[in-house]
Design a protein around this ligand. Structure first.
Ligand code: UDP
Ligand code: MG
Length: 151
């Protein structure tokens, strides 16, 4: 567990259309995570198939790619203590109906195929996803608040 751990968080096309980009960014900012990369992209199906390569063959895969390619997404890299696991906890369960109120999906979504936000599920997958979405790399800078966030 490191304060330099990074996770890939992405507002999906439904989250962008529904005006939830700012809300999702605000939750990660307020929790104390540091934004180290961000972009708005309308991804191609080929790119999304790489992102979701592990799910190829699942019955929902074609619909998932179509949904994810239906509009722009906001991809971000957030850095901080236990970022991957904490990011997943902030997102809630894959199926929003099983997500607790207080989580992003539990507060803003109802359907598994319209669950508004993605978060890496492990440090290894975060590394792969960050390399896929930010081949140009992330931004290095000092957050002067760090002494108030970490001991
Ligand atoms: N998904 C779906 N139907 C399912 C399972 C997943 O439409 O039965 C979609 C859903 O949008 C989910 C995405 O596929 O977020 C990726 O699935 P994964 O199991 O990786 O869930 P996540 O990591 O996003 O919670
Ligand atoms: Mg996943």
């Amino acid at each position: 567990m490191s304060i330099k751990e990074q996770t890939y968080i992405m507002v999906k096309p439904d989250g962008v259309q529904r005006g939830l980009v700012g809300e999702i960014i605000a939750r990660f900012e307020k929790r104390g995570f540091k934004l180290v990369a961000m972009k708005l992209v309308h991804a191609t199906p080929e790119h999304l198939e790489k992102h979701y390569a592990d799910l190829k063959g699942k019955p929902f895969f074609p619909g998932l790619i179509k949904y994810m390619a239906s509009g722009p997404v906001v991809g971000m890299v957030w850095e901080g203590l236990d970022a991957v696991k904490t990011g997943r906890a902030m997102l809630g369960a894959t199926n929003p109906l099983a997500s607790s109120p207080g989580t992003i999906r539990g507060d803003y979504a109802l359907a598994v195929g319209r669950n508004i936000c993605h978060g890496s599920d492990a440090v290894e997958s975060a590394k792969k996803e960050i390399a896929l979405w930010f081949p140009e790399g992330i931004i290095q800078y000092t957050n002067t608040n760090e002494g108030w966030i970490f001991e």
